[in-house]
Design a protein around this ligand. Sequence first.
Ligand SMILES: [Zn+2]
Length: 583
Amino acid sequence: MKNPILLFCFLICGQLSAQKLTIPFEQRENYSATYLETVDFYEKAAAAYSKMLQLRTYGMTDAGYPLHLAILSANGEFSPEKIRAQNKRIVLINNAIHPGEPCGVDASMLLFRDYLTDKEMRADLENTVVIAIPFYNIGGGLNRGSHSRANQNGPEAYGFRGNAKNLDLNRDFIKNDSKNAQTFVEIWREWQPDVFLDNHTSNGADYQYTMTMIATQKDKLSPLLADYLTENMLPDLYAGMKKADWEMIPYVNVADTPEGGIYGFLDLPRYSSGYAALHHALGFTGETHMLKPFADRVRSTYTFMKILVKKVNADYQKIGNLREMTRQAAAQQMTFPVNWTIDTTAREDLLFKGYTAKYKPSAVTGLDRLYYDHAAPFEKNVPFYNTYRQTVSVKKPAAYLIPQAYSEVAERLLANGAAVKKLSKNVLLPVEMYRITDYKSRPAPYEGHYLHYAVETETENRTQDFRKGDYIVYVNQSANRFIVETLEPQAPDSYFAWNFFDGILMQKEYFSSYVFEDLAAEILENNADLQKELEAKRQSDAEFAKSGRAQLDFIYRNSPHYEPTFNLYPVARLTEDLEIETE
Ligand SMILES: [Zn+2]
């Protein structure tokens, strides 16, 4: 810069912008920044500290605004590939997925500002790059008010839980109905974070702690990562928070009251931390307590993020090695659990600082009501149930074959980093296919879907036609876990469960009784076994014996006229590792 006046202005203006990096929360402690104030802060911060901070825009959200990502890299390297090549760990922080629980929005601004301005703090960024989505649910954030969190203690105004399509984005990580989630997946794939944190505020019981936390369910993680998480990382995070005067406890998920027991949360892949687990990342959900003042929730969230980053930075090599070993193991793994259930016989003691739960007559109903007596605090062991057992596991096939009609499934697999290829010609293949023999569905829409559960299947060996352009997904990848847990129909967050294959669940052809009568007689004449089965059923089932339609239907279902594709799950399992030509 040749012009000394310009140089002078450049220096002064730069300093001015740095000084102006205040966060609305610092002026008013019960105030949470709006979406636009949040973006404005990061824009100013990135302009003032362009060597350490970039603010990038990614794809759209349902609200018509793009999703932002703030990238804090102490050495000024902003390319995810180069950051990985430099053997640095990447921590992704997500804020305002539930904009009514916004403490992470304000805490992240404070944290980023402090890293930028405090050289000592930046020592924690030597081997770690922190990236943050400043405001994930923009549509919810724009729907701002002061009443939707009826039980929450501040802030004075905040956004709404549903996004612009009224979807709960913390159920949308697999089905990806929202543009927000589609863009999130794009960010995830590009950055491949090692550690993930989603910031929330709790509902539920009352107790003494401000910060509670869900660590991704250990029994769903690979043993390598689970051991590190439970033996090393979590004890350090809890100890760090205690030392910083924000003593923390696992998320208080209760059936009744904490004294009755706290239950570990099964973070299925629809949730953010469960999604992280499918990608072999360590996932956390911060849940500050709704009844504590907003300022305390912001400060405890800030402290937790700082301690988390410090821990990741200290263990960067270990976390990197464990994740690499886990990815390699996943590519070789033969059997994959796809569903779990809590083991209530595996009880641990958790030292807990609560308030005694008591009952008194309600002023509203006259009936007994629960209250937590702040005059009767306690510190004692409560039961903690945090062991999950596998209930369904599957042997992996060599590959899954997905008919091209289901392109939206293939697109989601691709977006999540799975290698998906297309067949280059028609081919007849010996495969295993599932017949869906039973399932239940939610009676009312759940996040835009009639989610299926309790799915049961029978396996059929078939020789099946596949056409040029159908998809083949080999199960020899580090993305194996994602592939298996989304394509096996019994997995609770499979694409089958989320209604991507519902066309197969409806019979398309039937018969007219009066026409089928003669054909049914002919079928029986030529099939003595079926005739015997029919007679046996008439003997054992009085209702059946009285119904002509039921008897004809029995013959129809056991005849070639009955449609073979009804309830046949169309994703096939190639069990032999055959060389198949692909595009
Ligand atoms: Zn939440």
